[in-house]
Ligand binder design. Structure first.
Ligand SMILES: [Fe+2]
Ligand SMILES: [Fe+2]
Length: 167
């Protein structure tokens, strides 16, 4: 997305692009694996790195990103007459957290190689659900949130958010 004026909106955009890239890889790998396939081995060259990146994203990047949106950006939306959008996006965060929580727990077993086929099946479904829900959410925010944030952020607030949250 070109032409964004503010550091906060540019960073938000970059983080969306980054997570969408990871979700694409996860979705493709889960589709190739198939519902009946056994759990990937611990050293699996596709799943090993992907599951590590997913665990890191859920523990750190996604959590921090959601917190920033909820604490700083959604209040700004409400102040500027976009309260409905703020509510919708916040509800989606809560649904995504409900998927991320069990997913993160089950990822521990997968990465330690203690997962059997019976454990892999629900984990794979949770991964697909995250790909759907977080993917749709990030794409909606690219269309509806990033341009609005860019529009309503003044330079001082942008700088203040950047200093407090982004570096
Ligand atoms: Fe969000
Ligand atoms: Fe976002």
């Amino acid at each position: 997305m070109n032409g964004l004026r503010r550091q906060t909106s540019r960073q938000l955009h970059e983080e969306h692009v980054h997570v969408l890239g990871l979700l694409d890889k996860l979705g493709a790998a889960a589709a190739r694996q198939g519902a009946a396939a056994p759990a990937p081995a611990p050293g699996d060259e596709t799943w090993g790195p992907l599951l590590g990146q997913l665990a890191g994203a859920l523990q750190h990047e996604v959590t921090r990103h959601f917190d920033l949106e909820e604490q700083r950006l959604f209040p700004l939306l409400r102040e500027h007459g976009h309260g409905d959008l703020a509510e919708l996006l916040h509800e989606e965060h809560q649904v995504i957290r409900e998927v991320a929580r069990p997913l993160l727990e089950q990822l521990g077993g997968a990465r330690a190689g203690t997962l059997d086929a019976a454990g892999w099946k629900p984990l794979r479904l949770l991964i697909l659900e995250l790909v759907d829900r977080l993917g749709a959410h990030a794409r909606m925010e690219e269309d509806a949130l990033v341009p609005v944030v860019d529009e309503i952020l003044d330079e001082d607030t942008d700088m203040e958010i950047w200093n407090a949250h982004m570096n």
